[in-house]
Design a protein around this ligand. Structure first.
Ligand code: PLP
Length: 286
């Protein structure tokens, strides 16, 4: 039985209720984090809190509890859910209002919700344990504030369905200049020749915690050339490897794009080496 947290109380998830007048429900007026946890230990908590601060700032909502209090709430959620391999979901919305009005309420009473879901431990870097993704490509049609980890994810959901409709699991998105932004639920790395490329951060991409960890691991533990710069559609389509990064997947290889195999449809050697670094060092991030 999953135990959730809502505004001060812990209860079985199935019994937790929120008001339909919560602005999270009415407007998607909230932000969230997903923190992976293995054997009861949360990964990169400090990085997740830093991004939460940025997201809250992006929607002009004051953090309703201190970092220490939020950490203690999430630790309690971990403990009450068996302290195993879990994704910890934390959502903060602008809370319940008396009237449905677009403008912010003068004195918001934010809603804090957290729950845990089971996750599989990520790959150890061997091709046998890789979660391989087939991807399609699309023009990025989401909004201009993708750097905020907003609960308003309809744009991402609709793009993900474009992948599902083509029997794929992710969608690689390109901006008006035909440069890679990210995927519907992941950041993207591309191996071109002997270089690892990933787009620079801006309002078209979420600043992924796993992207940040990956860049730090590659910098510290390899002599690979990593370039953070615009990545063209041609570079993506001719890449020898493409990796997706996200907290619950760490690095996952893309094995086909628009039906054409990448690296002959198999996880690549660079992916394997990079994912092995996560296996060894995932808890070294603050
Ligand atoms: C749109 C989008 N980009 C990137 C990511 C990866 O972020 P993180 O590595 O922090 O999980 C996610 C994760 O959910 C996402 O939804």
């Amino acid at each position: 039985m999953t135990i959730a947290y809502l505004n001060g109380d812990y209860a079985p998830l199935a019994d937790v209720r929120i008001s339909p007048m919560d602005r999270g429900f009415l407007f998607g007026d909230g932000v969230y984090e997903v923190i992976p946890c293995y054997d009861g230990n949360m990964v990169a908590m400090q990085y997740h809190l830093e991004r939460l601060h940025q997201s809250l700032q992006g929607i002009a909502l004051s953090q309703p509890e201190s970092d220490a209090q939020l950490t203690s709430i999430l630790s309690e959620v971990v403990a009450r859910n068996g302290a195993g391999n879990l994704g910890i979901y934390l959502q903060i919305t602008r809370g319940v209002v008396a009237k449905r009005e677009h403008a912010f309420p003068e004195h918001p009473l934010p809603t804090i919700f957290a729950y845990a879901f089971d996750i599989s431990p990520p790959s150890d870097g061997s091709p046998e344990t890789a979660s391989c993704f087939r991807a399609v490509t699309r023009q990025d049609q989401r909004w201009g504030r993708c750097h905020i980890k907003s609960t308003a994810l309809l744009g991402n959901v609709l793009h993900m369905m474009e992948a599902v409709e083509e029997d794929a699991e992710e969608v690689l998105l390109f901006n008006d200049q035909d440069e890679l932004t990210e995927a519907a639920a992941c950041n993207v790395f591309v191996v071109c020749g002997d270089k690892i490329l990933t787009p620079e951060l801006d309002h078209q991409k979420l600043p992924g915690v796993t992207r940040r960890q990956c860049l730090e691991l590659l910098e510290t533990h390899t002599d690979w050339t990593v370039e953070i710069r615009p990545v063209s559609r041609d570079e993506v389509l001719s890449a020898s490897e493409i990796w997706l990064s996200s907290s619950t997947k760490e690095l996952a290889p893309v094995v086909s794009v628009d039906g054409k195999p990448v690296n002959e449809g198999r996880p690549g050697a660079r992916w394997s080496a990079a994912q092995k670094l996560f296996q060894q060092h995932r808890f070294s991030s603050p």
